[in-house]
Design a protein around this ligand. Structure first.
Ligand code: URA
Length: 204
């Protein structure tokens, strides 16, 4: 099976899963979109109104900004893979609850396993907390962290959520600058000197 087939199989499994807490008659599965061979995997929070309607992540205002940020580093949206920590829309766009994030977590882990990206960019604090549970976004955004994830070392780059950037001009400047660092993170082999090891003290 190639990666696309593996993702399709995982998606069908998710469609049949009756235990997903945010699955209702009003919510559609918003699994993920993009290149199964992507080097960068973006992980957001959860689908909103437009994502639920179109069954695709990041297609509303935050998504338009994500597309512009990608264009600023000459990376087409089709080249990356985009998903969320929860794959059904939380009611009234509320924050996903810890038990919801954990219920969808095994699927996100499988998506990560299949795509096997070089870099995971977390968008917002919920996806950041999956990899860097003690971090504060204001202190770590735009930095790279080598995280041991299920036995594999992955480079994780936490970023602000694009929706936060749309609300706050200072955050907009920060997310724009953080995106400009991504091509370098992709190019450079992670060597001992450039590696930022996670030390709890750095994260606060
Ligand atoms: N915000 C998210 O976190 N994810 C989406 O898919 C859309 C908006």
């Amino acid at each position: 099976m190639d990666k696309k087939e593996e993702l399709d199989k995982l998606k069908s499994g998710m469609e049949k899963d009756g235990n997903l807490p945010l699955k209702t008659f009003e919510t559609n599965l918003v699994f993920g979109v993009g290149n199964p061979d992507a080097e960068i995997l973006f992980v957001g929070e959860g689908p909103g109104f437009h994502e639920n309607r179109l069954k695709e992540p990041f297609v509303g205002n935050a998504g338009m900004l994500l597309n512009r940020l990608l264009a600023s580093i000459n990376i087409p949206r089709e080249e990356v893979y985009i998903t969320n920590v929860v794959h059904h829309r939380p009611p009234e766009n509320r924050d996903p609850l810890p038990e919801e994030i954990s219920a969808y977590g095994k699927y996100l882990d499988e998506i990560i396993e299949i795509i096997n990206p070089k870099v995971i960019v977390t968008l917002g604090r919920f996806s950041m907390a999956k990899f860097l549970p003690n971090a504060r976004i204001s202190g770590v955004h735009g930095k790279k962290f080598e995280v041991n994830w299920n036995g594999k070392n992955i480079l994780v780059v936490p970023m602000y959520h694009p929706a936060a950037a749309l609300r706050n001009g200072a955050v907009m400047e920060q997310i724009k600058n953080d995106f400009l660092k991504l091509p370098d993170y992709l190019k450079k082999e992670v060597n001992e000197e450039s590696k930022i090891k996670i030390e709890q003290s750095e994260l606060f």
